[in-house]
Design a protein around this ligand. Structure first.
Ligand code: ADE
Length: 222
């Protein structure tokens, strides 16, 4: 998997790329590139944005700037998925994370300012994705959320291959949230670990977990 992050703030991803699971994914063959729109802008003085037609507050990322960045990065073939991060996009979820993680090459386009020229969404992106119905100051945090959920699915990202199998929203749990976890001490301030988990009866533990997961799915709390 090759993941290209287009941004005006490549350094915003410094913390993200240093995370263990991200480094693991890279060590197992994933490639992560940060590409600054400013490096290839066709405009003078590093300009990347402009005032909105029709007036209004703020600045808008220009379509020619984003197209130039994509042309420079992909002289031959663009990735099958060019994902624009925007508050009004399709709601990101575990299913979309799995779909993107299965792609060989994905580009994430981060915006700043008031947003993107709409022609970027119409003509340059294949997907517009939102991480929630709120407005962030830029797409970088949203891109990190999307990249994190994707990369942890790649081989070798997590220490134990099985830890991603029975997690929230996985097929193994029928798409429901994960069951509750407990560890030592068995009792704390009178709060006890459920008996079944310390019973040593693996079949009962399995049934209890599936039941808890199902209940959480019904009540809508993960
Ligand atoms: N850019 C700004 N806010 C965003 C959001 N909620 N999701 C995706 N991209 C964004």
């Amino acid at each position: 998997m090759r993941l290209d992050l287009f941004t005006l703030f490549p350094q915003a991803f410094d913390w993200f790329v240093a995370q263990r699971h991200v480094r693991n994914a890279v060590a197992h063959g994933a490639e992560i590139n940060r590409i600054n729109y400013r490096d290839t802008t066709p405009l003078g003085a590093g300009q990347v944005d402009d005032a909105p037609y029709g007036g209004g507050a703020g600045m808008v990322l220009r379509v020619d700037v984003v197209d130039a960045a994509l042309r420079a990065a992909y002289p031959e073939r663009r990735p099958d998925r060019v994902v624009l991060l925007t508050p009004g996009g399709t709601q990101f979820d575990e299913g979309l994370a799995a779909e993107l993680a299965a792609e060989p090459h994905v580009a994430l386009l981060c915006g700043r300012y008031e947003g993107f020229d709409e022609r970027i969404r119409e003509h340059l992106a294949t997907d517009a994705v939102s991480i929630g119905r709120y407005v962030l100051a830029g797409g970088e945090l949203a891109a990190m959320v999307v990249a994190d959920a994707m990369l942890r699915k790649l081989p070798g990202a997590l220490g134990h291959a099985e830890s991603a199998l029975e997690e929230s929203f996985s097929e193994a749990l029928g798409g429901a949230p994960e069951y509750p976890h407990y560890t030592r001490p068995p009792t704390y301030l009178g709060w006890d670990v459920p008996d079944v988990l310390v019973s040593g009866d693996h079949e009962r533990v399995r049934e209890w977990r599936l039941e808890q997961s199902r209940r959480r799915g019904e009540s809508g709390s993960a």
